[in-house]
Design a protein around this ligand. Structure first.
Ligand SMILES: [Zn+2]
Length: 123
């Protein structure tokens, strides 16, 4: 795939992840790339029958969902930044080109297949 095709695909994914995030979270006014889970709808649920355990569970679930979407949002956003900088598709650990198959499986991949397990250690 050409870089331009990756860019279009990544922009599409960013739009989709942003849409999903907006359903369950709000942008932090102090940091547009930080998302704060929405809890109003959970708090309003079962207003007359307060079940703290249920709400705690719903909040935990919401927080986990937002954290996962936020991770993807930032990964995709950073991949788009790398396209702008001309470093997209280059392993951040070895500096080697990332295999096409790997990029096609994960457009936001930051490492080649050999350094896949070390991707989580990158900041
Ligand atoms: Zn590598």
């Amino acid at each position: 795939m050409e870089t331009e095709s990756y860019k279009i695909a990544l922009e599409g994914e960013l739009t989709e992840v942003t849409r999903l995030l907006e359903e369950v979270a709000a942008r932090d006014p102090k940091d547009a790339h930080n998302w704060v889970p929405k809890t109003d709808d959970i708090a309003a649920d079962e207003a007359d029958e307060i079940d703290v355990a249920d709400k705690t569970e719903a909040w935990a679930e919401r927080t986990g969902e937002v954290a996962e979407l936020e991770r993807r949002y930032n990964d995709v956003r950073r991949a788009l930044e790398r396209i702008e900088k001309g470093t997209y598709g280059i392993c951040e650990i070895s500096g080697h080109p990332i295999e096409t198959a790997r990029l096609e499986a994960n457009l936001a991949a930051r490492t080649c297949i050999a350094h896949k397990d070390e991707e989580d250690t990158l900041s």
